[in-house]
Design a protein around this ligand. Structure first.
Ligand code: IPD
Ligand code: CA
Ligand code: CA
Ligand code: CA
Length: 262
């Protein structure tokens, strides 16, 4: 139980830092953005992404010197295992939305202890919607408990998926034809949070990094959802992988569909 008390403390602290970081983001959004590219011309990063990551690194190292940070904008390079307490951070998830749309982006954080979930937070900065959970104690949206997910039928479900995958991949086209409707938001952590809250029934990606999923999958676990890679295997959070985050009543159906076994 003392362990869980720590988890609540970390979650509360993380929430306060997220709100502070969000103020910085909302302020910088109207300044000139310093935009760079990373692996390819559409892989964007701004000084705000880096500023938010540095803000968290400073706060976490001052407050919890033994904790480590695995963040997208550089700090991940120091992490090759999940021993101890690791804060897995996406400082801005949905950078392309941030740059072009000024909305639909999130700060995502998963806190893990020896690889086991402790607390997850996903904050939609512009909608001011904070999804949070301490493992084992339910998930909340702006302080209101989210109910456990009810049953849905695969052919009446809503799937979120990047349309880019559909143009290249037959498996993805097959999945889209199976469900009632497909959507795309461009912000993985929030799409997983939407599955946790029932706004979506599933979210699929062929390639995500640990920081895209670490916060959201804790929320999802708390409302009874399932998150695996496309083969139905557990995610390691140490490498890039595919993802099916789904309502439990359709998760296996989607995995089977992806592999053409049904
Ligand atoms: C991206 C977003 C996007 C997903 C990409 C991610 P970023 O994260 O979550 O929705 O399709 O695979 O890389 O780079 O904006 O943090
Ligand atoms: Ca990125
Ligand atoms: Ca991301
Ligand atoms: Ca990011």
């Amino acid at each position: 139980m003392t362990e869980q008390l720590n988890y609540f403390k970390w979650k509360q602290q993380a929430e306060a830092w997220m709100r502070e970081a969000a103020d910085y983001i909302r302020w910088q959004m109207h300044e000139q953005l310093d935009i760079k590219t990373k692996e390819h011309k559409n892989d964007l990063v701004t000084h705000v992404d880096e500023g938010v990551e540095n803000f968290f690194i400073n706060k976490i190292s001052e407050t919890y010197p033994s904790h480590r940070v695995m963040g997208e904008e550089g700090s991940f390079k120091k992490i090759d295992d999940l021993s101890g307490v690791v804060w897995i951070l996406d400082p801005i998830d949905g950078t392309m939305n941030f740059v072009h749309q000024k909305s639909f982006f999130a700060i995502s954080l998963g806190i893990y202890v020896d690889g086991e979930p402790a607390a997850g937070l996903v904050y939609d900065v512009m909608a001011d919607e904070l999804y949070s959970a301490v493992a084992g104690f339910g998930a909340f949206l702006n302080g209101k408990r989210l109910p456990k997910l009810g049953r849905v039928k695969l052919d009446e479900s809503i799937l979120s998926i990047n349309p880019g995958w559909a143009s290249k991949d037959e498996t993805v086209r097959n999945l889209i034809e199976t469900v009632r409707g497909a959507r795309s938001y461009g912000v993985a952590s929030l799409e997983i949070a939407y599955v946790a809250s029932g706004r979506l029934d599933s979210y699929i990606s062929l390639n995500l990094a640990p920081w895209d999923v670490a916060g959201g999958i804790i929320l999802l676990q708390e409302t009874g959802g399932l998150a695996t890679n496309l083969k139905g295997e557990t995610l390691t959070l140490l490498k890039k992988d595919s993802l099916i985050a789904a309502n439990p009543s359709i998760h296996d159906g989607l995995v089977n569909r992806a592999f053409g076994t049904t």
